[in-house]
Design a protein. Structure first.
Length: 700
């Protein structure tokens, strides 16, 4: 028998239409075709599912591919039921019997009535139970214990071996499968008839058809499904089942399919759980590296900082969608589009000072006396009339220039009474006025996409007519501290324990950068706990871990990321820092920071900041670099960049923290920034210019 080319695993549903948006408890189908896994398909109701299955079978048959299609509901009832209902000990007779009676639509079906009718065929109170309708049905009890004397077995033989299966007789309640059988078998009966000899149904028939239908049970891989952490469990179930079955060795699958059962059916893979789960275990050496984006080319060893940064910059791109937020909530957000002025600033020509306005044309050199018109022009109080040439008007700062006025003379330069104003000419045409749009013209691009909004930008946006702006969704960043020795700040700690200093620091930094923090707490040095935390972290856009990231085998996070997360240890020529672990966990970038808080901060500022900024849509960010004279002498070795803690002293020169020991957390607070000493050897004498990176330039 050949292997199957296409594996389709279907999670069925006995309920009504679940709507257009993918939801749990609908029908889900996982497909692996020729070894290539497809995104699970959401099928909102049985009509849609049946059409989809028929189309798929037709296509695969036409293409000459063999299909194994699994469905997660029993294909048969306990021994004897088929004969009692149809007169024949043939499961297909029961399929056809049901197919002739079940009426099914997206919003309603008659399964309760059909079950009630079947119960009426049995003595006593029939085997089906779990009437989930509001109406009482004569033969269908609500509770299982209300039945007696019907003579049917409660479970099929296979169910007595599979721990946790439900009985086919239960129609309603959490986990019940009875409705799925009643609503599933008619669909299978039609598919079987439609494709005739191309379809065989295992284990009633040999698995020899071009399309083989089989009963499956996702609980055989329940741990893997749990670890997947998908919020739609059905989707994870079909994805993983299809992957597991497609990944089985041929002999193993043949052994599973060797079972035959005349009437009750069987669960494919029962007793072969280890093989199924082994097929899901991560490969130690993933062969495909195409999404292994952090992998360094072979032979690359200690990478200089600028090269490491250039690589990160190449690899990463924005990952966040957009939304519109009101202006008052937009501070710190990243503009998703170039933003143009909706209105000019200022919108009208207006007075820049308090004084008197008039037409310049009627004035000349020497003393000028102009009669005043009645009334005045003030901000928000427009003068509606026209000021005749040769007349003047009292005008206040911000007032729109009335018709007939193009020039303003400052109040302090005038004498006036109620009727006239006097001043000395000549006055410059247009003096003390602001032109419409002289600041920003309507339609001007003021702020580019990718700009992170600061308070002053909100003033500009408001002035130019914006009440809301399109921004990138906040980047979600998960933070995990690792280490058995860590205690939560403020808790009691014994001599062997230390407080988790990194999490308060990192979460505060990330919030300051405008990201949304998902705090995943402290995790022990235990692969299971860290895996679970990383699975939660995979819902974020990026993960920062600290601790356990060196290459030593005892470092769990390193090992876990290497085995399951496409880890690359970037050995960056950097002090303090050691290797930076860069990995992908379910496609989400993971930055494995050193545990040491000094090194963790330096790596965060130098590497994580620009990388996260790029992911967030704000583009790559360089630190602010200031050239400042050194207040120290230092001889620096060739071969790595150094970022010692530094600050600018009262004499305007850069001083260094007294110790370079990376355990000295106090130096982080002493400092006002970092010194940047490049890769090459350097002899620094007092007074030489050095590069200082102030904390403020990192947004701290
Ligand atoms: P590791 O990278 O796990 O080998 O940790 C290096 C050093 O940093 C060890 O002394 C750890 O105890 C310390 N360390 C790790 N994580 C933290 C943390 N979250 N807060 C303070 N110190 C830490
Ligand atoms: Mg550790």
């Amino acid at each position: 028998m050949s292997r199957f080319d296409t594996i389709v695993m279907v999670d069925w549903s006995g309920g009504n239409d679940r709507g257009a948006v993918p939801k749990p408890d609908a029908i889900w189908a996982g497909v692996v075709r020729n070894g290539v896994e497809e995104e699970p398909v959401y099928l909102r109701n049985r009509q849609v599912a049946e059409a989809w299955l028929a189309g798929l079978f037709r296509e695969e048959i036409a293409a000459g591919r063999r299909v194994l299609a699994g469905f997660d509901f029993p294909f048969g009832y306990p021994q004897g039921v088929a004969r009692a209902v149809t007169g024949k000990a043939d499961p297909f007779a029961l399929w056809d019997w049901l197919e002739a009676r079940i009426e099914d639509g997206p919003q309603r079906n008659n399964r309760w009535q059909v079950a009630d009718g079947i119960n009426a065929l049995f003595p006593g109170v029939g085997p089906f139970w779990g009437n989930g309708t509001r109406r009482d049905l004569e033969h269908l009890p609500r509770k299982g214990r209300d039945r007696r004397g019907h003579g049917c077995a409660e479970f099929r033989q296979v169910e007595t071996l599979a721990k946790g299966t439900f009985t086919v007789w239960q129609l309603a309640g959490a986990g019940a499968v009875g409705s799925q059988v009643l609503m599933g078998l008619p669909v299978l009966a039609r598919l079987r008839r439609r494709f005739d000899t191309a379809v065989t149904v295992w284990p009633f028939e040999a698995a020899s058809g071009q399309v083989v239908l089989a009963e499956i049970w996702p609980s055989l891989i329940r741990d893997a499904v749990k670890a997947e952490g998908d919020d739609i469990r059905d989707r994870a179930q079909v994805r993983l089942l299809a992957r597991a079955i497609a990944g089985l060795p041929e002999a193993e699958l043949n052994a599973m399919l060797a079972i035959r059962s005349e009437e009750e059916g069987w669960i494919l893979g029962l007793g072969h759980e280890d093989a199924l789960n082994a097929a899901l275990a991560p490969t130690l050496h993933p062969p495909a590296l195409k999404d292994d984006c952090f992998a360094l080319p072979p032979g690359v060893d200690w990478t200089p900082v600028p090269e490491a940064l250039a690589r990160l910059r190449d690899i990463l791109h924005p990952v966040v969608g957009t939304e519109t937020v009101p202006l008052h909530a937009a501070s710190g957000r990243v503009l998703a589009e170039d933003t143009r002025a909706l209105r000019a600033n200022p919108p009208n020509p207006n007075a820049a000072v308090d004084g008197y306005g008039f037409a310049h044309a009627a004035t000349g050199d020497g003393p000028q006396v102009l009669p005043l018109v009645r009334g005045r022009a003030a901000a928000g109080l427009r003068y509606d009339g026209t000021v005749p040439t040769g007349h003047a008007i009292r005008i206040l700062t911000g007032a729109a220039l009335p018709e007939g006025v193009d020039t303003v003379v400052l109040e302090e330069d005038c004498r006036g009474d109620a009727r006239h104003v006097a001043f000395n000419g000549p006055v410059k045409p247009g003096a003390n006025t602001r032109k419409a749009g002289e600041d920003v013209a309507e339609g001007d691009v003021m702020l580019p996409a990718g700009h992170r909004l600061r308070a002053p930008d909100l003033a500009l946006l408001a002035a130019t007519g914006h009440g809301a702006v399109p921004v990138h969704r906040r980047l979600k960043v998960a933070v995990i501290s690792t280490g058995d020795e860590l205690r939560e700040a403020g808790d009691s700690a014994n001599a062997g324990q230390i407080y988790d200093a990194n999490r308060p620091m990192l979460t505060a930094i990330l919030r300051g950068w405008g990201h949304q923090v998902i705090d995943l707490g402290r995790q022990p040095d235990d692969a299971g706990a860290i895996r679970e935390a990383l699975n939660k972290g995979a819902k974020a856009d990026a993960v920062l871990t600290s601790g356990g990231a060196s290459a030593g085998d005892e470092d769990h996070i390193s090992r876990l990321l290497r085995e399951e997360g496409r880890l690359s240890n970037w050995r960056i020529a950097l002090k303090p820092g050691r290797p930076l672990a860069l990995a992908q966990w379910r496609g989400v970038p993971v930055f494995g920071l050193p545990g040491n808080p000094v090194a963790a901060l330096v790596c965060t500022l130098i590497f994580a900041r620009p990388a996260l900024s790029l992911l967030s849509g704000a583009g790559w960010q360089e630190p602010l670099r200031m050239q400042v004279p050194a207040g120290f002498a230092k001889s620096k070795k060739h071969g790595r960049a150094e970022y010692p803690r530094a600050r600018i002293g009262a004499d305007g020169r850069v001083e260094l923290f007294k110790s370079e020991g990376s355990g000295r957390i106090s130096g982080l607070s002493w400092a006002g920034g970092l010194l940047e000493l490049p890769y090459e050897a350097q002899e620094i004498a007092p007074g030489d210019p050095v590069t200082f990176l102030p904390y403020a330039g990192f947004g701290l």
